[in-house]
Design a binder for this molecule. Structure first.
Ligand code: DGY
Length: 285
């Protein structure tokens, strides 16, 4: 929805459902004097000024919990698809290269490799569970060390050590002031030249120019991204000219079951807010 129309329409609104492409900020809240609740159909809320929502006494709801498995599946699928060059294989078959006896480059085994997870919340733990079932050694970095990491079977490392030791890195950290640009030139330089880099969190956690350079120069081997900066990625963007990359269009939670559950929580949050009841999932409760 164009911003000017949104600003016009919220003037009368008591409830608002948004997704994370909408900037929920002072400007929007000032234009919405009757607003009682905002329900976002996403777990991440880096598009929202939470302090401003609280200042205007507006509860802001999100959809935690229900998208853990879907997002972990997507993250792990990106690792498997990159490691085994699934989409190159499909392009190869479609281009008749198989019949013509051409060669396709090999992938890598993931069993026995070290996976570094950056951001060890619920989704991180679910990715770790999958990785361990595939015979990977899992290390992680998180702002706070998890007290149950022994139970999950993952080893805490400093960020530097994780960059140095990982054969593949999966990024799951939320976007915040501390994580914006977390992966830049220096970080890619510290990774193995054989490393796979997978981002399922938010595009701006990565400096895109630095990633392009790292992939072009062979500083790292391969990237798989479900999120980009900006989104959608432009057709003429250098990322799309690389051969060692796989990009999906921000589909971490895009399964029928998960999106249905997210929609249900969103509507429940909205109705609760309109009825002055506490929201089931409220960020600024
Ligand atoms: C989320 O819920 O935050 C997903 O990334 C979808 O935007």
């Amino acid at each position: 929805m164009p911003r000017d129309i949104l600003l016009e329409w919220v003037a009368d609104a008591e409830g608002l459902i948004v997704n994370n492409s909408v900037a929920v900020n002072e400007e929007l809240l000032q234009n919405a004097p009757r607003l009682k609740v905002i329900a976002q159909m996403a777990v991440g809320y880096d598009n929202v000024d939470i302090e401003a929502c609280s200042k205007y006494n507006i509860p802001f709801g999100n959809t935690p919990g229900v998208l853990v498995d879907a997002t972990a599946d997507l993250a792990f699928s990106l690792l498997l698809c990159s490691a085994r060059r699934i989409h190159e294989g499909w392009d190869f078959v479609r281009a008749n290269s198989w019949a013509l006896g051409h060669k396709l480059s090999f992938g890598i085994d993931i069993a026995g490799k070290t996976l570094g997870i950056v951001g060890m919340g619920q989704i991180g733990a679910a990715v770790a569970q999958r990785a361990k079932a595939f015979g990977m050694n899992v290390i992680y970095y998180n702002r706070n060390r998890r007290h149950d990491d022994d139970k999950i079977g993952v080893a805490y490392q400093s960020f530097e050590n994780l960059l140095d030791k990982s054969d593949a890195i999966i990024v799951l950290t939320p976007l915040s002031q501390e994580t914006r640009g977390l992966f830049g030139r220096e970080e890619f330089r510290k990774m193995k030249s054989t490393a796979y880099f997978i981002n399922v969190s938010r595009g701006p956690v990565v400096n895109t120019d630095a990633l392009v350079e790292a992939l072009q120069s062979g500083e790292i081997a391969y990237a798989a991204l479900d999120v980009t900066d900006p989104e959608p990625v432009a057709q003429d963007h250098p990322l799309l000219k690389l051969s060692n990359i796989l990009i999906t269009p921000h589909i971490g939670s895009a399964t029928v079951e998960t999106r249905t559950a997210m929609a249900q929580i969103t509507v429940d949050n909205l109705l609760a807010g309109l009825a002055d009841r506490p929201l089931a999932a409220c960020v600024n409760a």
